[in-house]
Design a binder for this molecule. Sequence first.
Ligand code: HEM
Length: 165
Amino acid sequence: MTHRISYRGLSLAFGTLALSLASLFAAPAAMAQTANPPMAGAATSQADTLYRALGEKPGLVALMDTFVANIVADARIAAQFKEANVDHLKTQLVDQICVVSGGPCEYKGASMKLIHANLDITKADFHALVEDLQAAMDVRGIPFATQNQLLARLAPMHRDVITVK
Ligand code: HEM
């Protein structure tokens, strides 16, 4: 039995249990982070533990490569990425996940709310994308504990990403 945040667990994170579920896995410093945390250029600190566990910049580049490949091959959501510039998306995701995981990066992309505003994203779409990320982390050999930490930090973004309630 693993301790990965399951599809169902992440669904719960959408509700009132968001805080308690996330606090199971995320360090207190991470709890204060939002979709666009003010960590630009942050020096290394204890918050960078997750960043290091993800393999720092090279690890994130490899992970986003696999993640985006999974997304565009995923029949459930591929259509939503038809117009997207995949290379640009990968670059932005690397920077964003770097910041979210406490790395010394700067995310200069659009806000989560703005970029997803007109994409008609449902809860099911969000879940599909999370599964694609989990599969990518499996392929990259990222341990479950590390997977859970990243998922816990991404879960609150559903508020800005899911536009079809
Ligand atoms: C936690 C979940 C998500 C995160 C962290 C995330 C992150 C991002 C980032 C960083 C970008 C690039 C922003 C930029 O170019 O400035 C982006 C773009 C995009 N996202 Fe998401 N996203 C998430 C969920 C989703 C979901 C569920 C969908 C649809 C199924 C989606 C569809 C798209 C599309 C189509 C673009 C490209 C838009 C364009 O280039 O015009 N995203 N996302």
